[in-house]
Design a protein around this ligand. Structure first.
Ligand code: CDP
Ligand code: MG
Length: 665
């Protein structure tokens, strides 16, 4: 289906994508060539008439980059700012950069982005790309969001917890503004695919606007039998394609997370070296949420001449970003997602099967510019057994952050909040109980936040971590917990290549603490600062410099927030006991006790059997009591990021919680 505006022509695409930035004609042509362009006037007149609209259009049709510009250029935003929310920071950053280029302005002037720990907007900014989490935070200070005249909730089908809560808050703000002195708020909900009727009904039968996209035929190939190792299967599939297909046909592989991506990346590079001489070269690029923006931008550039671009991505590439040049999609059928059941105490991030809807989205990535191929690394029968749709994250997450947020907006009756799809009552009650145990609120006081709770809601962190920072006052260890919390906020500080496992462990031995991973992180942080963030030092010690830099940024921002909140600077020197006591006041609900058979049992009501994750510095040890940061479920249930504690501290941190639990000493 090649329509006359098609932008398939290789040269034009390549020169535009190379980010030379100067060629305004080329950019204008590109903008006019997008499917949404022909619908522009129809769209604008529709938006003029209505307060709320739902916009549906294929990925790549130009919704995210163009619609905010159309709204600005047509003066529909008045004096207000146009916000466009994204579930992922990668998307918010890359798109803002692109749109600033299209507007021929510097990032931070007319167009800017705002993501957690990084805000490039200024008083001049009129189009603001932001993560849904950031808009949510802004709503605490300004519940009717009066700064904005138009709010676009993009990628709504992703149904992240933040988007789902925002839907309710933005809907409430809009209602409030129609009945007050504030100028009205327009709301646009956008997506590639979604249950249109459901959204339209939620917004009082809002009109739906469809954008005709382009989709070229895609050949679908299934695995002939189930694959036990999907990463290996992906490697095999990459080289099957690589040996046959012309060099300019790029490959996109869907994987589940950073570690997996980095290790496959290395394997692909290694295998590529042994390919016959007549094989093209490869340029292998990772794409995941915590990748620094400069690295993310690389995926949009064409590969060097004669080389094939192979992108290894998480589900980010499903809809949030459109990558030019993709001809082959390899779908492992897996995604890393949260699963949580109230009452079970298990808040687990685990690799799961995708839904059928996700499988179709992934396949669609292969047919954006011309016909393509999609290789599903699972059988047709396995596909038939997948769930038709993804369950919204809000129905499978621990809701303590969400509930704290609602309470900080003074929405006390959280059980009746106007959710698009309400989470279970049990789940909400569970969150209220957790917040009460943390000392953030009191249910007998009509769910009123305590002063601790109010302060906790200021930090862009989960409640347990905010409490740890605030509690550093009592233990005189703010410097230390700031370092630890910021390192916990990034993915994989340690790099452990499969073929250099022992070397990596030996190099990092000097940092290991018998008191657990948190203190080990602290040791790494001290050493890193001691060498001034030296690159070679990171390399030699198998430390991920990108993650360390990101953690440093986060640490500084959290430190500034602490200063604003009057949390005094303090350090405990070498006395790590205070740090571990301070961690206990936030993490006491995640405690586990060693059993005679060498396994651990969690100390909540469920008494789950858990083990120490092999990546933990305590893997070979058997401390009697530990706190864990999270549980991951692979072959069994593992605790990750552990801290050795004394049972007395548990009792001190939450006497009522532990009163009826027998800590056997
Ligand atoms: O939102 P939607 O999926 O409808 O499309 P979009 O994100 O507005 O993308 C429109 C076009 O801009 C696509 O062809 C993308 O490849 C391109 N784009 C880009 O090259 N670089 C970016 N940072 C963002 C978009
Ligand atoms: Mg988009």
């Amino acid at each position: 289906m090649n329509n006359k505006n098609s932008y398939v022509s290789g040269n034009r695409k390549r020169s535009w994508s190379s980010g030379n930035g100067g060629d305004e004609n080329c950019i204008a042509n590109r903008r006019r060539g997008l499917p949404i362009y022909s619908a522009k006037q129809r769209f604008l007149s529709e938006i003029r008439r209505t307060h709320t609209a739902i916009v549906i259009g294929e990925t790549g049709s130009g919704k995210t980059t163009q619609i905010p510009q159309y709204l600005l250029e047509s003066d529909l935003a008045g004096y207000g700012v146009i916000a466009c929310t994204q579930p992922r920071r990668v998307a918010a950053i890359t798109i803002a950069e692109r749109v600033a280029l299209e507007q021929n302005s510097e990032l931070g002037d007319e167009v800017g982005y705002c993501v957690r720990f990084d805000d490039t907007t200024s008083s001049k900014t009129r189009i603001k790309y932001m993560t849904d989490g950031m808009l949510l935070r802004e709503s605490i200070l300004d519940p009717v969001l009066k700064k904005y005249s138009i709010i676009i909730l993009d990628e709504a089908h992703e149904r992240t917890v933040h988007t789902d809560v925002l839907l309710g808050i933005v809907k409430g703000a809009q209602e409030h503004r129609t009945h007050s002195i504030h100028p009205p708020l327009k709301v646009i909900v956008m997506s590639a695919t979604m249950d249109v009727d459901h959204f339209s009904h939620y917004f009082n039968q809002a009109p739906v606007f469809y954008i005709q996209g382009r989709q070229h035929p895609i050949q679908l190939l299934y695995a002939s039998e189930p694959q036990s190792d999907y990463i290996h299967a992906a490697l095999v599939a990459i080289f099957q394609i690589h040996q046959k297909a012309p060099a300019e046909e790029d490959i996109l592989v869907f994987l589940t997370g950073q570690e997996e991506i980095e290790s496959l990346l290395k394997a692909v590079k290694d295998v590529a070296q042994d390919c016959p001489d007549d094989c093209p070269g490869v340029q292998v690029l990772p794409l995941y949420a915590s990748l620094p923006p400069s690295m993310q931008m690389k995926i949009f550039n064409p590969a060097p001449r004669g080389k094939r671009k192979i992108i290894l991505s998480t589900n980010i590439a499903e809809t949030s970003v459109t990558i030019p040049g993709i001809k082959h999609v390899i779908d492992t059928g897996r995604v890393k997602a949260k699963s949580f059941k109230a009452g079970s105490g298990l808040d687990i991030l685990r690799v799961q099967r995708i839904s059928q809807a996700q499988a179709w989205q992934r396949m669609g990535r292969a047919g954006r510019e011309s016909s393509g191929n999609c290789w599903r690394l699972y059988t047709e029968e396995e596909y038939e057994n997948l769930k038709p749709n993804t369950v919204p994250e809000i129905q499978r997450s621990n809701l303590s952050s969400v509930v704290l947020h609602l309470l900080s907006l003074n929405i006390r009756d959280v059980l009746h909040f106007d959710f698009l799809d309400p989470p279970s009552k049990e789940n909400l009650v569970d969150a209220l109980n957790q917040l009460e145990l943390l000392g953030a609120m009191q249910q007998r006081n009509n769910n009123e936040l305590t002063s601790l709770g109010k302060q906790m809601s200021v930090f862009p962190l989960e409640p347990r971590l905010s409490k740890i920072l605030i509690s550093s006052r009592q233990y005189s260890c703010l410097d230390e917990v700031l370092a630890i919390v910021s390192m916990l906020s990034v993915e994989s500080i340690l790099i452990t290549p499969n073929n250099k496992r022992e070397e990596a462990h030996a190099a990092r031995k000097k940092f290991l603490s018998s008191e657990g991973d948190h203190i080990t992180y602290l040791n790494i942080h001290k050493a890193y600062r001691g060498v001034g963030g030296n690159k070679d030092w990171c390399h030699d010690n198998f430390i991920n410099i990108r993650s360390m830099k990101q953690a440093e940024e986060i640490r500084k921002q959290l430190r500034d927030l602490c200063i604003r909140e009057n949390i005094p600077r303090s350090t405990c020197g070498k006395d790590t006991t205070s740090i571990r006591k301070c961690l206990t006041v936030g993490l006491f609900m995640n405690a586990a006790e060693l059993q005679r058979d060498g396994t651990y049992k969690t100390l909540d009501n469920n008494r789950h059997t858990v083990s120490i994750h092999p990546s933990s510095c305590l893997f070979q040890c058997k401390p009697a009591y530990v706190l864990y940061q999270e549980l991951v479920h692979t072959s069994k249930c593992y605790m990750r990021n552990l801290c050795v504690v004394d049972p007395d501290w548990l009792n001190d941190a939450a006497p009522s919680y532990f009163r009826n639990r027998c800590i056997s000493r």
